[in-house]
Design a protein around this ligand. Structure first.
Ligand SMILES: [Zn+2]
Length: 201
């Protein structure tokens, strides 16, 4: 006898595939949705279905956006000669929250991780180099996390960017070693941007 109805089982299985969600939590979420009015489940289903159709990558910075260019790249008050390179879209949000940065971004969509088969080709590195080649960029601030893969990615980028006549900076002290910048508080992150260290140029 099947205890869990198949439709519920499918939803539990779907939720279990999400990061950080085990089967127990997945079951709790699925049961919660089942107990709520059907209209709420409908809204959730529509939001999920429209996610990939309404959100794309900005063709300049590779942030998730409903417009191309995204709101930041399209904002004429931002300094588009100053590019902050981050690992993930979540890092952009953390830096934006500080209000300390008025330049634009470049999202790598990951970090170098040879063990997981992630090399420069899997990241938006070529796109960054093209941007520097074709746009009038004065400064690149490398804001990868101070984790081992984050540092490896930063060194790789510094090597690649060395040939361009641009100012190259890195986030300064304040971000503890091994810390993902997503978890840094706003003041620490703001200070790290303000006291960024010049590595070249
Ligand atoms: Zn953009």
């Amino acid at each position: 006898m099947q205890v869990i109805p198949p439709a519920l089982e499918r939803l539990i299985t779907d939720f279990s595939k999400l990061p950080g969600i085990g089967r127990k939590t997945a079951t709790r979420l699925a049961l919660y949705i089942l107990r709520r009015p059907a209209s709420e489940a409908q809204v959730l289903a529509e939001d999920l279905a429209s996610l990939h159709t309404s959100i794309q990558l900005c063709s300049s910075c590779y942030a998730f956006s409903e417009t191309d260019p995204c709101g930041i790249c399209g904002d004429i008050r931002r300094n588009n000669k100053f590019v902050c390179v981050v690992e993930e879209p979540g890092d952009l949000l953390s830096i934006e929250k500080t209000g300390a940065y008025r330049g634009v971004y470049h999202i790598l969509h990951g970090v170098l991780s040879p063990m997981d088969g992630i090399g420069p080709q899997e990241l938006k590195v070529k796109e960054l180099l093209n941007r520097i080649r074709h746009q009038d960029i004065e400064e690149v601030l490398i804001a990868t996390s101070s984790t081992v893969p984050g540092e490896a990615t930063a060194s790789y980028l510094m090597d690649q960017l060395d040939r361009f006549s641009i100012k190259l900076t890195r986030l300064a002290c304040g971000i503890p070693m091994g810390m993902d910048i997503k978890y840094a508080d706003e003041h620490t992150l703001a200070r790290a941007i303000e006291s960024r260290q010049q590595v070249k140029g």
